[in-house]
Design a binder for this molecule. Sequence first.
Ligand SMILES: [Fe+2]
Ligand SMILES: [Fe+2]
Length: 254
Amino acid sequence: MRVLFVGDVFGESGLRAAAMHLPDLRPHYDLVVVNGENSHAGKGLSRAAYKKLREAGADLITLGNHAWDHKEVLELLETEPVIRALNYPPGTPGKGHWTLEAGGERLLVIQVMGQVYMAENLYDPFRMVDALLAEEEFDYALLEVHGEATSEKYALGHYFDGRISALLGTHTHIQTADAGFLRQGTAIQCDVGMTGPIHSIIGGDIESFMGRFLTQRPTYFKAASGRGMFCATELVLEGGKCTSIRSMRWDEPE
Ligand SMILES: [Fe+2]
Ligand SMILES: [Fe+2]
């Protein structure tokens, strides 16, 4: 089974890069998972952004800390293949895992949010995923860790090493060069990277974000525009495990 995971799609530049590049890649993959937490102008997932990502080739859309920024997400979480982090308290709308099928094999996709340097105080992702893995039936499991800290992502990786096929990080929007395997065979990458504006501060408008750093005050949020990049990671799953992990980046032509 060949799986493509597309990193945080950010605003119009990200949607455009995904619409330009993903249809070309789509025939080479059985399943495509896309993080869409920033697809509506940098914040949240709207119905229009959802439709564009699905038309580009996404089978499942995951969210993150920006899950709740657009109110249309509540309906999407009820009716469509969209998941938010698993480690929210009981009663939170939507679910934190989804099982996709290809060629008679099941891929369990789980998203958790990290607890380190994140604004939300969510439940312990280690024990929540432990419980879920004991309950669910699957052939392969992909754990998306939406978090800030590389240490926490590797701790989760080693904790689930050999029990999940792959761990892919999202949220920092910066693609990391560590794609590889842990001791028991689980594939890992700290961050898949962003599908969004190349000239930006992790997707945000450079001048607008610069003020936060230069004057230590909050500034109005503005998404950057212009040429987009497309960041994704390919996983080959066969014989019960991940046998290949490959990170990729494509830039929208000038
Ligand atoms: Fe993001
Ligand atoms: Fe995020």
